[in-house]
Design a protein around this ligand. Structure first.
Ligand SMILES: [Zn+2]
Length: 453
């Protein structure tokens, strides 16, 4: 078996692992690179190793795991794409939105002439995304199918609606069983049940987003309540840049609980300003059996929440003077409607910007958290004077302890373990912990490396 690490091997984005074995070439995840320009530029070329593929398996719908699929299809891929049914449904929402953003960015760059190319082209179009979605084949977790001579199965990973770990077994007594963790969720998540135990593995590919830290025990609810109260007291509004899928729903749940308990005033309007978050919220509400949210709370998730539908309404909201809570995407402020709000709110002291998710190095979210006093938005420099906070405790990722516990339950130990999907310090910290605490053979692969096992 040969594994090519073609993404998420020196960072958290662009997850792509090509498995070559028993005559098949199977791509695990087809993620988009985000964050650093150096990484984003990888989105524009087709790695040689991805020219001939038999199948693609997507662990979950987040764009850093699924977002390059339309580009792969644009490069000519026509084979099957397996994912859980909920991932297929969420991918429709995410990929079409991503294609729309790609087209918008290209149009804007051409209009303002700030592309370094003569004519900016989108990475892919809505038509490419539709073609990619047509290739998706829902595979319910727990069911086993044959893929060439391999058996493929998914198991639930928590983390996000539909998220799964992938296991791929080679045929025969000597055959290797490979497990790819995908992104692993937490034991105590607001929305998702904990991950299923790791399937038996000879070769393990494990994520390490939080491989170097433990999540604080702190409850995010009182912190958010305090931020809302002091912001409204100074006549400002609270902007919550949020991943449209997962994080936006967790924030709604949290805000509804704070409203019900009286911790924040019911009169402060809450706006959900992201068509994608609205679509994802509808999907979450229809998949209650996959969540750990009580049915009554799920029904009331959007009570009193104002849905901002058109771009014009969004612009009007950005110009409004009354205190409000605005949830808008994207979660790292890399694109989408949140940019108009950020442009309007960042220069004013009275407002608050609350970052409630992981911020990839190089993204505007990461720059805000690093205390940068100026941000480039739509080719313009915008001063940052608003209060900027990080809201912890909402992470959808297992922390170091949870990752080690998930791995440590495996007996016997895998023969080879590869640590991926982490910033270099996180990946290396998890590698060290696996080596010391579990005594396993483990390493962090290099981007572009092909490992023989
Ligand atoms: Zn994810």
């Amino acid at each position: 078996m040969k594994i090519h690490f073609l993404g998420a091997a020196d960072g958290v984005t662009g997850s792509r692992h090509l498995v070559e074995s028993a005559g098949s070439r199977i791509l695990l995840d087809c993620g988009m690179f985000q964050g650093w320009k150096l990484h984003r530029e990888r989105n524009w070329s087709l790695p040689e190793a991805l020219r001939e593929l038999d199948a693609v398996v997507i662990s979950h719908a987040h764009l850093d795991h699924s977002g390059w699929l339309p580009a792969l299809v644009r490069h000519g891929y026509k084979g099957p794409v397996y994912a859980s049914p909920a991932t297929c449904a969420l991918a429709r929402v995410l990929l079409l939105d991503s294609a729309h953003l790609q087209e918008e960015d290209a149009r804007r760059a051409n209009r303002h002439g700030y592309s370094r190319h003569a004519k900016a082209l989108p990475l892919y179009t809505r038509a490419d995304a539709e073609r990619a979605l047509a290739l998706m084949k829902p595979l319910p977790p727990g069911r086993e199918i044959l893929l060439g001579r391999h058996k493929l199965a998914l198991s639930r990973a928590g983390h996000l609606l539909g998220a799964c770990s992938v296991s791929l077994s080679e045929p025969g007594r000597e055959g290797l069983r490979l497990v790819f963790s995908g992104d692993l969720g937490r034991q105590h998540d607001l929305l998702m049940p904990p991950p299923q135990p790791a399937p038996a593995a000879d070769v393990m590919i494990v994520e390490s987003t939080y491989g170097n830290r433990l999540h604080p025990e702190a409850d995010p609810a009182p912190l958010l309540a305090d931020i809302v109260k002091r912001t409204v007291q100074r006549g400002g509004s609270v902007l919550l840049p949020a991943f449209a899928v997962g994080r936006a729903q967790a924030l709604l749940l949290l805000l509804q609980r704070l409203r019900r308990s009286g911790a924040i005033a019911a009169e402060i309007p809450i706006f959900l300003d992201s068509p994608m978050a609205q679509a994802a919220t509808a999907l979450y509400r229809g998949q209650g059996r996959l969540l750990r949210v009580p049915a009554r709370e799920l029904r009331g998730l959007c009570d009193g929440v104002r849905m901002v539908e058109t771009a014009q309404q969004s612009m009007r909201l950005a110009a409004a003077r009354f205190p409000a809570i605005i949830i808008s995407a994207s979660g790292m402020a890399t694109g989408g409607r949140v940019l108009h709000h950020l442009k309007a709110m960042a220069p004013e002291h009275r407002h608050s910007i609350v970052l409630a998710g992981f911020q990839v190095g190089g993204s505007r979210g990461a720059r805000l958290l690093a205390g940068e006093r100026e941000l480039r938005i739509h080719g313009e420099m915008v001063p940052v004077r608003a209060e900027v906070s990080r809201l912890e405790g909402l992470s959808g990722h297992a922390d170091r302890g949870e990752l080690l516990a998930w791995l440590g339950a495996l007996h016997p130990a895998p023969r080879a373990t590869f640590v991926v999907h982490g910033e270099p310090d996180a990946a290396d910290a998890l590698r060290g912990a696996i080596q010391q605490q579990l005594g396993w053979a483990v390493r962090v692969p290099q981007h572009g490396e092909a490992a023989e096992v």
